[in-house]
Design a protein around this ligand. Structure first.
Ligand code: S3P
Length: 201
């Protein structure tokens, strides 16, 4: 696995390998003054990494899709089927704005959230935004056949993900920190992320 931590406006990947010590974790706990939002395509490990990170930092974890599902009593697929994508995007926007008014916490956003310019601007202004980047091949091997992703229900999830990434990359690239998850265990990225968050603060 290779980790890449990028400055705010990437011109090329800079490679670092780092260990999170207790000191870096303590420093982050002490200095963190706003939420951390994870953005990136579906299947990059946002929710999994977010949960682990929240646990390490003793913070609340929220997943925007789960919040929407809980509020409406419907799954994301059911919301898309019954009300359409535009309705889902409005729910997503309002949910994330609401979550961002909280104390420091960790938020995993749905893969399309960052592609709303206003929402991305708001996330950047009120949180530390972390883009979890992952090769499309890896994503397909993780979630290619998943039935619960309404945008991936066609015959060629690889092509769909490539298209989504191409369209969304300019938005994702506005994240404060980029973390490349090209391995099988997203938790291995945690030390790098803790160090990058400290460096950002
Ligand atoms: C979507 C990603 C999904 C979910 C919805 C749409 C997208 O979230 O919000 O299916 O547009 O990329 P995850 O990224 O958590 O899978």
């Amino acid at each position: 696995m290779v980790f890449y931590i990028l400055p705010e406006r990437p011109r090329g990947y800079t490679k670092h390998r780092m260990n999170a010590t207790d000191d870096t974790l303590l420093a982050l706990k002490k200095n963190l003054d706003r939420p951390i939002v994870l953005v990136g395509l579906m299947g990059t490990g946002k929710s999994h990494l977010g949960q682990i990170m929240a646990e390490k930092l003793a913070l609340n974890f929220c997943d925007s899709d789960s919040e929407i599902e809980r509020t409406l009593g419907l799954s994301v697929s059911e919301i898309f089927a019954a009300h359409g994508e535009a309705f889902f995007r409005t729910q997503e926007y309002e949910t994330i704005i609401r979550l961002l008014s909280n104390e420091p916490c960790v938020i995993a956003s749905g893969g399309g959230a960052a592609a709303n310019q206003d929402l991305m601007d708001h996330m950047r202004a009120h949180a530390i935004v972390v883009w979890i980047d992952s090769p499309v091949e890896k994503i397909v091997s993780r979630i290619g056949q998943a039935r619960d992703r309404p945008l991936l229900q066609d015959k060629d999830p690889h092509a769909t993900l490539e298209k989504l990434l191409e369209a969304r990359r300019p938005f994702y690239q506005k994240a404060h920190i980029t973390l490349c998850n090209d391995g099988n265990h997203i938790q291995d990225c945690l030390p790098d992320l803790i160090k990058a968050l400290n460096a950002h603060l």
